[in-house]
Each structure stands twice: as C-alpha cells, then as structure tokens.
Write a protein that binds this ligand. Structure first.
Ligand code: FE
Length: 229
C-alpha cells in the first residue's frame, strides 16, 4: 500500500469554531465538505483530543470560516498549532457572534457557514460531525486557500492531530546542514529560502537570524529549533 496517494486528494483550509457556554475556541481543519443541498448539510472531521471537539460535542454548534490564499502563517499558527487549553485564540482576533452563539471570524475569511450538529459518526481517533447550515455569508472574493497551496507556497506542515497527518518516513535534510526544524510545530527553516514574511532574505543562515526571530507558524523562539543534517 502506498499511502502517498492520499497526498493527491484535494482539500481547502478552514477555521472551525465552537463554544462552551461563554468560552470560545477555534481550530484549523482541512476536512470540510458539503453533504447535501436539501437540507443544506456539511461535514467536518475533528480529532477527539482537540478542545474544539469537546466544545462541538457540548454545544452542538459550529462555524466554518474559509481561509483565503492571503492568510498569514502566524494566523494559521495561532489557530492550528496552539491549543485553546493554553491560549485564548480569540485574543486580538476580529470576530462577531453568529446566530447560534458561535464566533464568526471577520479577518482572513472569505466566507462562513454556521451549523447545528444533526448527526455525528465515531471514526476511531476522530468524530465526523454533520451539521445543518443555519447561516452562510460571503465575506470576500480572494481565492480560497487550498491545502496544496498551503503545503507548497506557505511551506506549511500538518499538526499530528490532523486527519490527514501522515507520519514522515524520512526527515528532510539539507546536505549543507542549513535546515532547522521547529520542535514545536515541525516548520522547517531553510536558509536557502529565508523567511520573507519577517524580512529574512534568501541565504540568511539560521545562526544569522535575529535572536528575537520566532517560528512563523507557531511563534516558538530560536531555542526551540534543532538543526537537520
Ligand atoms: Fe513552530
């Protein structure tokens, strides 16, 4: 069996939000799709270990925000590589409250769906939640971020809790030893590419990065990186 064929499936990239009383949480997911038109239903797969899973189970409501290609890595890091158990993901985020009480993101979103859970399916490590859509709106016309674009252009990596996570069989290595991996989220700093988002030009060695430089995905400091060689 060659599990690499799974990389050939196409996905988008979304933030799934839910609530627990007055508490808010959200996470990145790529497994969102429409199930039916009449009634309008959607499905999302969420890891059972995630706080958002707990919130959706308790409240029975969730929202889906569609990320555009312009979404910065630190936003994806905030919602995708941190846990709502450790940080308030909505601190500083622009959002409003939807019909069901769930947060609706107003930044880095080209549209949203809000749904009531009508069914759920236990799938070992994950639950597939099926929701009937009660509200939907388009917020922008920027091209949606596909998972392939995120992987290729944003050089994003998948947290191990994601349904589509495939354990790497070989570590990416640089013959020149100029790749460093974030031990928190798995992001790889490649000195050949630099980090344009924070103004680090291609060719900037890891050792030459400012001490204040942080992982563009999860915000970890330089000390959290290890050399790959
Ligand atoms: Fe990181």
């Amino acid at each position: 069996m060659n599990s690499k064929v799974l990389y050939k499936l196409s996905y988008g990239l979304y933030v799934i939000c839910s609530i627990n009383g007055t508490q808010l949480n959200g996470q990145i997911a790529n497994t969102v799709f429409q199930i039916s038109s009449e009634p309008l239903t959607i499905a999302v797969s969420i890891n059972k270990n995630n706080l958002t899973h707990e919130y959706i189970e308790k409240s029975g409501v969730f929202s889906v925000s569609v990320l555009p290609v312009t979404t910065p890595l630190d936003f994806i890091g905030q919602f995708g590589f941190k846990s709502g158990r450790d940080v308030d993901k909505f601190a500083g985020a622009a959002y409003r409250t939807g019909l069901t009480g769930v947060p609706i993101l107003l930044e880095n979103s080209i549209g949203y769906l809000e749904a009531n859970v009508v069914q759920h399916l236990d799938v070992a490590t994950h639950t597939l939640f099926i929701g009937e859509v009660v509200e939907a709106e388009v917020l922008g016309e920027t091209e949606p971020m596909t998972y392939a674009y995120y992987q290729a252009v944003k050089r994003g990596l998948v947290p191990p809790a994601a349904p589509t996570y495939i354990k790497p069989q070989t570590m990416p290595t640089g013959a020149e030893g100029e790749k460093h991996k974030c031990t928190v989220c798995g992001y790889i700093y490649d000195s050949a590419q630099g980090d344009s988002a924070s103004g680090q030009a291609a060719g900037t060695l890891f050792s030459a990065l400012p001490e204040a430089w942080v992982c563009p995905v999860c915000g970890a400091g330089k000390e959290e990186f290890e050399a790959l060689s």
